[in-house]
Design a protein around this ligand. Structure first.
Ligand code: PGA
Length: 251
């Protein structure tokens, strides 16, 4: 089996003004300067991308955005394209986060268009999926993941998906302090990898990185990272402080 390089990604959500983002990113750059063998990404708000890109350029820390729009340009007030993110210094983009699905009407169909746009611009998509608490309680976890993966990656061919990153984030574990147990997470990750294998073959399934997200903290990251199919973490709350995020990076 291929070895997959871990990715620890911080989703800053709608936190931090530009001076705060620049300060936090600068502190993180110092704290992780001596790390090796792990990819690191932070995703500030759109308005902070450009100033933060200047802080992280040529460092261990990569820059990501939290969303994009699939058109290249046009009369789409308030939206931002993949090329615009690239020009602001981004290498990654989070797509289909559960908060966007829940509060901003994103669907598997819009997520699919966004993944296509990201790949076309050579951005690394961090494609978020995960079940709600009621879906888990009614035994639908696997069928929900199945639909999200198939519809989100609909019409893609394996050659295009080499950089794809998937983030499994059970909605009930996001921002709640309720982490999935490492066994629950591993079970879901293994299932997601089997879906990739069924649709795109074992070569992609062996190399695609699947991150776990949902209340990841310095205290629980190493157990999660010890599981066979967990290749990294997408971290919300604990990524806002450079110290705690750097501890997670050094799992
Ligand atoms: P959390 O958020 O770490 O605060 O639970 C994770 C996420 O929403 O990506």
């Amino acid at each position: 089996m291929e070895t997959r390089r871990p990715l620890i990604a911080g989703n800053w959500k709608m936190y931090k003004t530009n001076p705060e983002a620049v300060e936090s990113a600068g502190r993180l750059v110092e704290l992780v300067a001596d790390t090796d063998g792990v990819d690191i990404m932070i995703a500030p708000v759109f308005t902070a991308l450009d100033p933060v890109s200047k802080v992280v350029r040529d460092t261990r820390v990569g820059l990501g955005a939290q969303n994009l729009y699939w058109e290249k340009e046009g009369a789409f007030t308030g939206e931002i394209s993949a090329d615009m993110l690239v020009s602001a210094g981004c290498r990654y983009v989070i797509i289909g986060h559960s908060e966007r699905r829940q509060y901003f009407g994103e669907t598997d169909e819009t997520v699919n268009r966004k993944i296509n746009a990201a790949l076309a611009a050579d951005l690394i998509p961090v494609f978020c999926i995960g079940e709600t608490e009621s879906e888990r309680d009614s035994g639908k976890t696997f069928s929900v993941l199945d639909k999200q993966v198939k519809d989100g990656l609909n019409n893609r061919v394996v050659d295009e998906l080499g950089t794809l990153v998937i983030a499994y984030e059970p909605v009930w574990a996001i921002g709640t302090g309720k982490t999935a147990t490492s066994d629950q997470a591993q079970e879901a990750h293994k299932y997601i990898r089997s879906l990739i294998s069924d649709s795109f073959g074992t070569a992609l399934a062996d190399t695609v990185r699947i991150l776990y997200g949902g209340s990841v903290k310095p205290a629980n990251v190493s157990e999660l990272m010890g599981m066979a199919d967990i290749d990294g973490a997408l971290v919300g709350g604990a990524s806002l402080e450079a110290e705690s995020f750097s501890q997670i990076v050094k799992f």
